[in-house]
Design a protein around this ligand. Sequence first.
Ligand code: SF4
Length: 380
Amino acid sequence: MLGLYLHVPFCSAICNYCNFNRGLFDAELKARYVEALISEIARSGEAVLKGGATMAGADTIYFGGGTPSLLEPEEIHRIIRACEASFDIAADREVTLEANPESVSEPRLRGFRDAGVNRLSVGVQSFREDELRRLSRLHSADRARAAIDDARAAGFDNVSLDLMMWLPGQNVGQWLESVDRAIAIAPEHLSLYMLEVYPNAPLREEMARARWSQAPDDDAAEMYGEAMARLEAAGLEQYEISNVARRGRRSRHNLKYWTDGEWLGFGPGAHSTREGVRWKNTSSTEEYIDRVRAGAALAVDLRRLTPDERLGDALFTALRLVDGIDGNAIQTRYGVDVWRRYGADLEPFIEAGCLRRDGARLSLTRQGMLVAHEIMTVFV
Ligand code: SF4
């Protein structure tokens, strides 16, 4: 089953640390973008039908951004209907909408739910006012809390929160305050990200001016380890480096990225991977709209992956999961014995306590999760 990703490239303000593909909200541009997005989805369905093939099946739809909650419920409704017209969408679909606390209210959330959204991912980032201000976020901690209450009142029973750790000037105790407040809210799912300050991020200059720094590496490791321990004690099981969930509430859409699945991305800058081919749409929203209107190709970077690249990607992403790499499944799908090919390079990580080998299965230890990038380079 495919996952469908829909990119919404608008935000009410641009955060000082962000390097996503997004721009400032503009109602007129948004209206043109929605029409283009619907056309792109329809075009994708037509291509299938013209080829005489049966409609492709999909079981997840994910509105990511940017800030998808800036779209109107009626627009979300039309986009989901466009997906249903072009794909055979499973009855038990997961339809996620990323939302920022300041752009939702109970009536709007009810509208999203009526439109077919059944999972909400709320960009909380922190429950501390000083940290939210430092990140130039528009919402307050109280608004974040109220947004979750609104979501519950609107009938959402599958809510995920995003939190960011290792923020400038943040110590271990301050980070754990946000973790505890998140636990008290009892979400079904949580994503924890470590802040990465990119070289040209405005936050970098602000940090220099205000003399804020990120805590030492040992503190970052403690932030991560202690947060995971508290979340697990609260019934939120870790299933991926950055993600925890209650039973049955893992992100089915994101699991496609980590389990060698296939997905189609729509909208500016969206990535797709299908049948060994990977492509990316043009990133500029204006150019995207023009190309859709002209019936021109949208992919700016399309290539067939080599068998080795496919294998490398499958291993690289599987290692993000707590369950790790299933060597038997890789042998069946790619005809490769993982340990025979990579064992010599992986052995030092096992000795260092970062990697665990259990029969044909290879997985990261929690300590290994902190240096995952280093280990993953063995595969790519
Ligand atoms: S709301 Fe999210 S996507 Fe938008 S600017 Fe902030 S971090 Fe980036």
